[in-house]
Each structure stands twice: as structure tokens, then as C-alpha cells.
Design a protein around this ligand. Sequence first.
Ligand SMILES: *Cc1c(COP(=O)(O)O)cnc(C)c1O
Length: 355
Amino acid sequence: MKKHNFNPGPSILPQYTIDETVKAIQNFSNTDLSLLEVSHRSKEFDAVMDETKALFKELLTVPEGYGVAFVGGGASTQFFHIPYNFLAKKAAYVNTGEWASRAIKEAKVFGEVDVIASSEDKNFSYIPKGYTIPKDADYLHLTSNNTIFGTELLEDINSPIPLISDMSSDIFSRPLDVSKYAMIYGGAQKNLAPAGLTFVIVREDFLGKAPRPLPTMVDYRTHIKNNSMYNTPPCVVVYSALMTLRWLKNLGGVAAMEKRNIEKANLLYSEIDRNKLFRGTVAKEDRSRMNVCFVMASGSEQLEEEFLNFAKGKALVGLKGHRSVGGFRASLYNALPLESVQLLVDTMKEFEAAH
Ligand SMILES: *Cc1c(COP(=O)(O)O)cnc(C)c1O
């Protein structure tokens, strides 16, 4: 039976990406070799890397003066690469959840960290607003979409100091004004590709001023200058990313994707608000379009396990909430079709009628 995949990450990918990756694993670019066994220095793979970078830049309208690189280590490695490169004295961070907290922990290894706002007081159920950005900090770090807690900052804010954002779980979900940022980064495994690839977009005039000696692999210029092939890239994952980018372009790019994502999120949040058995956990104005967190309404808590099993019976999988929120989390990444959300909504209605 076809499954409806609401996993938070690694997560659903377009069927096109999976099918094309399988074909390339059988026979890559008519080489009669598998993508698993070709050299990353071959002209065929070079073409893959070039097209991946070009499409990535085109679909996000990355302006002149920015470098794009694909590196290893996940977003978690960027948590220390960023302060390594940019933290001279003090950096400002907004704490909006588990990933932001981990980024803060790593930055503290390199210097002073000013946590200028936090939503920890209410279990990260909202995005802090109205904070003052200190002009003497080296950069401001945000997490645009909080995958675990289901909050999202949908605005590209103006910052008087270089702005850095972890966009692991909402990249390519809406049009972005990249020019507002000094750097954007994230793991690929939510909206782009299988795990194993990290994307980095960085303004070139922000580079080259590191306050300490940088190991070659930590210096972003290494990866930009060497077309992300200073060391061996995960070729299969890069290929899958390219297939997702082609799929995205074919569907009309990020503007079309945003329309789909709004429609999907509205459909599910409306049902959460209407249905007497469930309630959302996040401040309405900060609700994420990518990760929808909800729990059983008060008085119905004992039905949680039963609902998960009921949903599983309808082939709806990956809905269990993260342990720090409990309840349910439906991840509605780009590749998830509207029909899967409709089926979840219908299932919630049916469950309500049965109780
Ligand atoms: C998943 C996730 C991470 C962690 O990514 P890794 O690639 O596993 O290191 C970091 N930040 C956010 C917002 C995430 O969703």
C-alpha cells in the first residue's frame, strides 16, 4: 500500500527524484557505470555538480557576489564552522528551539554569545519579536523554521549586522530575499535530497576576515573556489538534489511551491482548530508551514496512541511528535502532495465522529 510520508527528516522526496536516482545507480549518464562507482572528477559528474549549483542559484535567485557550496557534516557542523569563521568577539543568537540551542552551545566555544531573545519560557511555542539587535555583535544567527517545535519566521528581516540563518527545514519552500543575509545554510535531508549534503550560501565580502587561523576544510572559500570538490562529495546525494531541483523548476519554482505549501498548511490548521479532539501547540501567527505540531485537546489525552494507530491503518506514517512537544507532528515538506494532507484531515474527522 502506498504510504503517506509525514516524516520530519529524512523525509519525503519527489517520486521523480527517487526514480531518476535509481536509474543513475544502474547506469549513470550512459557511462555503463553505476553512479555509486564513478569518479567525482569525471566529466559526467562535473556536469552534474555544475548544473546543481546553477539551478540552486537560479531557483533561489541568489544575487551576484554570493558563493554557493555543498559540504559535509550536516547543519550541525555549521554550528561550529560559523563562529570559527566569523566570531571575533561577540555574536548574537535568537533561541527558538533545540537546533538554535545547539548552535548557541557551539558558538560559546569561540567567544561571547549574546542570546538576545528566547522563547524557551513557553516551550518554544512562538517566535520572539521586538528584540534589539546589538550593533557591536559580529553577526546575528536565526533559525527560520523550528522543525521540532513547529514555528517559522516567514519574513526576511532587516538586520544592521550580518544575518545568518539556519534554513534546513524550509529552504525552497518560499521565495527568499537572499540579499538580506550574509549566510544561509542547512542540511539537505528535509526539502532537497537524502541525508549527507549541507548547502551554504555566503556573501563573498563577508569572507576572508576570520579572526583566527582556519583549517582548510573550515574555510568556506575552499569549497566555493573548488566547486564543492576540494574533497570527495557524496555523489549520489548531489545527483538526487539535482533531480529535486529539476522537479521544482518544472513545477514553477519556489513561488509555485509557496502557493502549494500555504494551501496544505491552511487545510490542516483549519481542521486542527475546528476538530474538538485536537489542538495546536503554537502561537497562530508563528505557525510553521513545514512542520505542523498538534496534540489531543484537554480531556482527550488518553486517545493519543489510538489516533496514531488509526492513522497508521490509513497508511499515514511519521506523525508521532518529537518527545519535547509530544502529540503529533505532520511535516508537510515540498514533496508531500495535497492529497496526503486531505487524507490526514479526513482521518481526523472520522476519528472525531467515532468518539
Ligand atoms: C534537521 C535540522 C538540523 C540538523 O541537521 P543535521 O544535518 O542532522 O546536522 C539543524 N537545524 C534544523 C533547523 C534542522 O531541521
